[in-house]
Design a protein around this ligand. Structure first.
Ligand SMILES: [Zn+2]
Ligand SMILES: [Zn+2]
Length: 102
């Protein structure tokens, strides 16, 4: 998967995707699943950070947070909790999901 860098097309923000829940474009999409079709490769489903918890379980939220942190400067710069607003949303969602297991 290769993302356009900042010198990509101007029509849309590079890496922005439509949230599968609220249908808003988000510049910080979180991959929440994949749709598979009988024919064709299918596609990845994205949600905005606020809605990611609607699609992901606790492990999925943590994986999304780790994936985000790898690509986010502020988050890479800290090992002590969320480094940006996106990470904070995912972090809180993960914590909130922790109590709802079984
Ligand atoms: Zn959303
Ligand atoms: Zn971040």
């Amino acid at each position: 998967m290769t993302e356009q860098s900042s010198d990509g097309p101007r029509s849309a923000l590079p890496g922005s995707r439509m949230c599968a829940y609220c249908k808003e474009m988000t510049g910080n999409p979180v991959a929440v699943g994949a749709v598979h079709q009988n024919s064709g490769p299918g596609w990845t489903v994205y949600a905005c950070p606020e809605d990611a918890a609607r699609f992901l379980d606790r492990a999925g939220l943590w994986a999304a947070l780790m994936d985000h942190a790898l690509r986010c400067g502020p988050c890479r710069g800290t090992t002590d909790g969320p480094g940006c607003a996106v990470a904070r949303v995912l972090f809180d969602a993960h914590r909130g999901a922790a109590g709802t297991g079984r």
